[in-house]
Design a protein around this ligand. Structure first.
Ligand SMILES: CC(C)(COP(=O)(O)OP(=O)(O)OC[C@H]1O[C@@H](n2cnc3c(N)ncnc32)[C@H](O)[C@@H]1OP(=O)(O)O)[C@@H](O)C(=O)NCCC(=O)NCCS
Length: 148
């Protein structure tokens, strides 16, 4: 079943479809897809390490990651359509992004209130480096996780 799902590099003309899917997966209000959000998406895709999961021509997941000015690699957004979650697609997306990242360490942030994500990243070899309080606007703490 998930064998039919292809993980391939996203292209610029995927930006709108991916933005809408990300918004749906994170339960964001669709009105948040403004011009700035679309520009950010185009930059992410332009940086050449954004991947999409495609099933029968439809994008059902995405992974955004990129090199940073600190010479680390940052794993940013990861999302899979709710109808297709828990079938290994998120893992395949991240694995492809890791294999194609050309800098180490790879860093990601995990909300301390999401133990399933902590387990997910640990199973891919990430380790907790530190815990940061009040990282985002919502005031929730995050683990900084790294893969060397
Ligand atoms: C996080 C997300 C991308 C995972 O995608 P997915 O395709 O369901 O993940 P996988 O099927 O590859 O699961 C990988 C592992 O994580 C576990 N897992 C994933 N989501 C889980 C959940 N909600 N609850 C419990 N375990 C979960 C799976 O059991 C699996 O572990 P296993 O291989 O030991 O069985 C998806 O749930 C999602 O889009 N969530 C909303 C957006 C989000 O929170 N993104 C992450 C922050 S950037």
């Amino acid at each position: 079943m998930t064998g039919n799902v292809k993980i391939v590099k996203a292209e610029l003309n995927d930006a709108e479809e991916m933005a809408k899917l990300e918004s749906l997966c994170f339960d964001l209000d669709n009105t948040d897809i403004d011009e700035m959000y679309m520009i950010e998406w185009k930059i992410s895709i332009g940086m050449q390490n954004t991947y999409k999961a495609v099933l029968d021509g439809t994008i059902i997941g995405g992974s955004v990651s990129f090199p940073t000015a600190k010479k680390t690699w940052y794993m940013d957004s990861l999302f899979v359509h709710p109808d297709h979650q828990k079938r290994g697609i998120g893992r395949r997306l991240r694995k492809t992004a890791i294999e194609n990242a050309w800098l180490r360490p790879i860093i990601t942030l995990v909300n301390v209130k999401k133990p399933h994500l902590l387990k997910f990243y640990k199973s891919m070899g990430f380790q907790i480096r530190e815990e940061i309080d009040n990282y985002f606007d919502n005031g929730e703490s995050h683990y900084v996780m790294a893969l060397d």
